[in-house]
Design a protein around this ligand. Structure first.
Ligand SMILES: [Zn+2]
Length: 190
């Protein structure tokens, strides 16, 4: 097998049989993570330890990871709504609600992924009553999307990550991601 095939196939040369260097610096490759920029579609690869430093997309320079959703009360929600700054997505939930707890990590992941451009918040219906009543939130989890101070869509019940991804891109008006190749995954131990 020639060198070209080895690169395309993502396989490693055996340094015992050939004089070539093995696949990268294996010891430091082990903790590399890949994250796709959800705004320009570029795959970025960086050491997992750098996650806390706020890694940015190598192409469009937007941060790759955003902070957690804001836990809002009625006043906080009113303030967020009044900002009229793009799309605001709110997850209405409660601690005793099993489906809410299942959906929580999915929602938090979406906030980390999309929170650079889209605002994410949670409202605990046990401790906050005005906003859920105003929007007639009858069952939880309920997710609502707001633009320009108005509700534009709502989803009752939890979603999978892929479903939530599609829904967010729709309500936030994000175009489909360009088809960009994923980099070869790190192959620790090769
Ligand atoms: Zn980007």
């Amino acid at each position: 097998m020639g060198r070209h095939h080895a690169i395309v196939g993502g396989s490693c040369n055996n340094p015992r049989l050939r004089g070539d260097a093995p696949c990268g610096e294996t010891s430091s490759m082990a903790d590399l993570m890949q994250k796709r920029c959800l705004y320009c579609g570029t795959w970025n690869q960086f050491p997992e330890a750098r996650l806390a430093d706020g890694p940015k997309c190598g192409e469009c320079k937007l941060p790759l990871v955003a902070g957690p959703p804001a836990a809002l009360d009625d006043a906080g929600f009113a303030a967020e709504l009044a900002r009229n700054d793009g799309t605001l997505i709110v997850d209405f939930w409660a601690t005793w609600c099993g489906p809410c707890r299942s959906f929580g990590p999915v929602f938090r992941q979406a906030a980390a992924d999309y929170g650079v451009r889209v605002r994410f918040a949670t409202i605990d219906v046990d401790t906050v009553s005005g906003t859920p009543q105003r929007y007639n939130v009858g069952s939880i989890p309920t997710m609502m999307a707001f633009r320009d101070g108005r509700e534009v869509d709502r989803v009752i019940g939890g979603l999978t990550g892929a479903q939530l991804d599609r829904w967010i891109r729709g309500v936030a008006g994000l175009p489909p991601l360009p088809d960009k190749p994923r980099p070869r995954p790190p192959r620790p131990g090769h």
